[in-house]
Design a protein around this ligand. Structure first.
Ligand SMILES: [Zn+2]
Length: 428
């Protein structure tokens, strides 16, 4: 860790005094009884050298202190049980200089350190790797006075990103954009149905994402799938003549917009809300509406997730084996199809790309808190469900490949082509 202390000495003496009298720290203890969306408004800081806040959709940070040219921060866990790693904040530096960002908790940076956006969260890049100084610290060099960047552990994606993406397709007759439900905090959860709507479909495909609010990389995979489906390739045109494909891009819309972790949320994680009485509107709506939507037509369910932040089982794309043996066999067929049909922008291998049920974390014990999407879907194994799967797409690295927004979209294309090929012959 190399730091300069130029900014410290450049600071006028009166500001030093102010800094001494009113140290730049923030504690949230007084706000813990408030709703999480109010907390993010408080999670900001202004010093003579920079301003930091998380008061925007998807924002999340706790700033512990700013000292010399180093910002000490950590994720705002809110109602998360245990540790998690999502953070996303905005920084404006008063002048062109290098600032250091040091996490006060371990395991909040990916293998690529951090991502930055200079256009308000639309285009993201990983930091220059020479700027990554260790597991918990990175630098960012501001190139001009009053430059603003967003910094995040991943390539944050919220409603605004989705709206921009979908707008050019809004008048496409193959896309129906509807509302699945309204959340506790009054937000609409989108559902999109894609088809040529020409004849009664012989298969239905459901794709969901963001059961865990922080898992933004899934949305780029969905963008790739949608772009392929709404393009002109023969494989996709053929698929749309025989299929309806429903996408629910933000299962935990409140969490996405509020910048929550979502994973291990208390009192219940969205992906443990598929048994008993569902407490979230989106899971409740899925359990009611999907059986009505599929009717007697065979269907496939794909629930997109992102794994833990780095290391073993977290830096390659993989499918999570279902506890139901027949469903698991079907998953393996899709995995085989993806391995052979993948066009390779994002590497995918069956060896790493399939985590059989009963291995690593994928055991029955992991689901004691309530049923997951995969468990719920597999209750339809003898009533029309062909295959249901969870797919883990990593945040930063895939078999050593660097994941970008576009690479994730390319994988989405590969995925929908593989699903199209897999689903042939599975219809009524
Ligand atoms: Zn997840």
């Amino acid at each position: 860790m190399s730091q300069t202390i130029n900014s410290f000495f450049a600071m006028p003496m009166f500001l030093l005094l102010v800094g001494t009298l009113f140290p730049a720290t923030y504690t949230r203890n007084n706000f813990q009884s408030l709703h999480p969306s109010f907390l993010s408004i408080q999670n900001k800081i202004e010093t003579p050298g920079l301003r930091i806040d998380a008061s925007f959709a998807g924002g999340n940070v706790i700033i512990e202190k700013v000292s010399n040219d180093t910002v000490y921060f950590k994720p705002d866990l809110r109602d998360t049980e245990g540790h998690w790693f999502y953070w996303n904040f905005r920084v404006t530096a008063n002048k062109a200089q290098t600032w250091y960002f040091k996490s006060t908790e371990p395991n909040v940076l990916t293998g690529m350190g951090a991502a930055y956006s200079k256009d308000g969260g639309h285009n993201w890049n990983w930091i220059d790797q020479s700027w990554k100084h260790g597991e918990d610290i990175f630098q960012f060099t501001f190139g001009r006075d009053d430059e603003t960047v967003r910094l995040s552990m991943g390539m944050a994606y919220t409603q605004d990103n989705f709206d921009r993406f979908i707008m050019p397709f809004s008048s496409d007759p193959r896309l129906k954009l509807e509302t699945l439900c309204t959340t506790t905090n009054g937000r609409e959860v989108e559902k999109m149905i894609i088809s040529d709507f020409g004849q009664t479909p012989s298969i239905k495909i459901l794709v969901t994402a963001r059961a865990h609010a922080c898992e933004m990389m899934s949305n780029y995979v969905i963008e790739g799938m949608l772009k392929a489906l709404l393009g002109e390739s023969k494989a996709m045109t053929d698929l749309l003549t025989r299929a309806e494909i429903m996408f629910i891009p933000f299962l935990d819309k409140d969490g996405v917009q509020q910048g929550d972790q979502g994973k291990n949320r208390q009192p219940r994680d969205h992906n443990r809300d598929y048994s008993g009485q569902s407490i979230y509107a989106s899971t409740r709506a899925i359990r009611q509406q999907i059986p009505e939507w599929v009717g007697s037509i065979p269907w496939i369910g794909v629930d997109l997730h992102n794994p833990w932040i780095k290391g073993e089982n977290n830096e390659w794309i993989y499918f999570v084996g279902n506890a139901h043996p027949r469903i698991e066999e079907e998953q393996e067929k899709l995995v085989d199809m993806l391995e052979t049909s993948s066009r390779g922008k994002m590497k995918f291998t069956k060896e790493k790309g399939f985590l059989p049920f009963g291995t690593a974390w994928n055991t029955g014990g992991n689901y004691e808190m309530g049923a997951s999407f995969g468990q719920w879907a597999s209750t339809y194994a003898d009533k029309g469900l062909i295959m249901a799967t969870t797919l883990e797409f990593p945040y930063a690295l895939n078999h050593g490949q660097v994941i970008t927004q576009d690479a994730a979209r390319k994988f989405g294309e590969d995925l929908i082509f593989a699903i199209a090929a897999y689903s042939e012959g599975k219809e009524l």
